[in-house]
Design a protein around this ligand. Structure first.
Ligand SMILES: [Zn+2]
Length: 451
């Protein structure tokens, strides 16, 4: 076995849904590509021998007890060009927000210099928040969408990127729209090929994604053609589904069917499809998701502003739908998956308890809706990895070593670093970017906190 790097650290990850495992002084061996070849605990028979070997070969990276290593987070839904307006205009309804803020901003990405400046800053920011993998909507501009892919490749972030398609003249402004259905398809094909070329020299992986913005923005023929393209090449697909009252009813009015039914009929659902939000998914839609293996990108901060309701994570999880977490910059204001993980827990409790205190408690909320912190941790890591069909989110043989190093001494850990159960909870609830000291993607350090 050829081990090129050994990591010695206290680690913590969610090996099962709802369970967190904490291993003190784990010894992890990585191959040249940053894939985990073994993980040994101090009680394992070969531990001491391997540790000695690692030291002798001077290939050991050791972290002391003030550090805790968590798996890198996966942001399953983020609009890269919207980064400049993060935190802005969140009091507007979705339709107005798109028309007055988002479309004017995204149209500026025909400018290569502006695009590079924003995208460089965004990718740096995400890495500094522990996001090692991201599924991006870029803009409708093919060339600058490609420059986002190049920036991620260079900075070492694993990225899934789509050139946004939006060609419906009824629902998109004249100044920001694909020229025609045909050009949207050709540019998408071209974009995918270029990203695949880039991927040949990108260790951590960079992947093209078929990206119809959402059904309202696209014509029927475009949706159908994109579905065929995805199926022919087994491409990933991302879009929005049943996001809000307005969006959900728009699709009903146009087709007489639900978002999920229409996305399926266009060939856009499947094991490599990830749909954002889905708060209004009905039983038929949920069954379609489960049958096709489509994943949900749950964006709990964004949902508080635009979704008119709360996603029932617990219910959909029970129905067998895979769920990851997304920041939805800039429908959500925070680039941090930590913030979204916490919000996911909080809103699930509000959903369970209800909000109207004038009602008797048994009539106030929806029973069995809450998710625990451990479950939210799973959605932020393993759930995202399963959506992307990659071995991500765990410290385990054959998984990519994607990791964030938390400095526990920056958190209120009075009494030391002995209580494992309180340490991982504090780490998940209290970590902000300054507490993240370093980030690794596939064994390579891609961020070092200079503070
Ligand atoms: Zn979105």
């Amino acid at each position: 076995m050829n081990i090129s790097k050994y990591i010695l650290a206290n680690i913590c990850h969610p090996p099962e849904y709802g369970k967190v495992e904490f291993i003190n002084h784990a010894l992890i061996g990585l191959d040249r590509s940053g894939i985990i070849q073994f993980l040994l605990k101090p009680t394992d028979a070969t531990y001491q021998e391997k540790l000695k070997q690692a030291k002798k070969e001077e290939r050991l990276i050791a972290f002391d007890d003030s550090k805790l290593i968590l798996p890198g987070f996966i942001d399953l839904h983020i609009h890269a060009p919207q980064w400049p307006q993060a935190g802005v205009a969140l009091d507007s309804p979705l339709y107005d927000w798109l028309d007055n803020c988002t479309f004017p901003l995204e149209s500026k990405y025909s400018n290569p210099e502006f695009s590079k400046e924003v995208y460089n800053n965004l990718v740096d920011t995400l890495l500094a928040h522990g996001t090692t993998t991201a599924l991006y909507f870029a803009s409708a501009n093919k060339n600058t969408s490609l420059s986002l892919a190049k920036i991620c490749a260079k900075k070492g972030q694993r990225a899934f990127i789509g050139k946004v398609v939006m060609d419906n003249p009824d629902q998109t402004p004249d100044y920001y729209r694909d020229e025609s259905s045909q050009s949207a398809l050709l540019e998408t094909e071209d974009f995918c090929k270029e990203v695949e070329k880039l991927a040949q020299n990108t260790l951590q992986g960079i992947y093209p994604v078929i990206t119809p913005r959402f059904i309202p923005s696209c014509t029927d023929s475009t949706l159908k053609n994109l579905g065929e393209l995805a199926q022919t090449h087994n491409y990933y697909v991302q879009s929005h589904c049943s996001e809000s009252d307005w969006e959900d009813s728009y699709v009903f009015n146009r087709f007489g069917k639900s978002d999920a039914e229409m996305l399926k009929s266009f060939g856009l659902l499947g094991p490599r499809s990830i749909m954002a939000h889905c708060v209004k998914l009905d039983t038929t839609g949920a069954n379609i998701f489960a049958e096709t293996g489509t994943s949900i990108a749950h964006c709990p901060i964004s949902n508080a502003y635009f979704a008119n309701s709360v996603l029932s994570v617990a219910k959909f999880q029970r129905l067998g739908i895979n769920i990851g977490l997304g920041s939805d910059i800039s429908g959500g204001f925070s680039p941090s998956i930590y913030d979204n993980l916490r919000q996911a827990v909080i809103v699930s409790r509000i959903l369970e308890d209800g909000v109207d205190s004038s009602l008797p408690s048994e009539k106030r909320g929806k029973a069995n809706s809450r998710i625990t912190l451990a479950k939210a941790f799973w959605h932020a890591t393993v759930g995202g990895g399963q959506a992307l069909k990659l071995k991500l989110g765990l410290f385990k043989k054959d998984y990519s070593f994607d990791a964030q190093v938390i400095d526990l001494s920056t958190l209120p850990t009075y009494g030391g670093f002995d209580n494992q159960d309180s340490l991982w909870q504090k780490a998940l609830y209290l970590t902000n970017s300054p507490s993240i000291k370093a980030v690794f993607v596939q064994g390579k350090k891609v961020y070092q906190n200079q503070l």
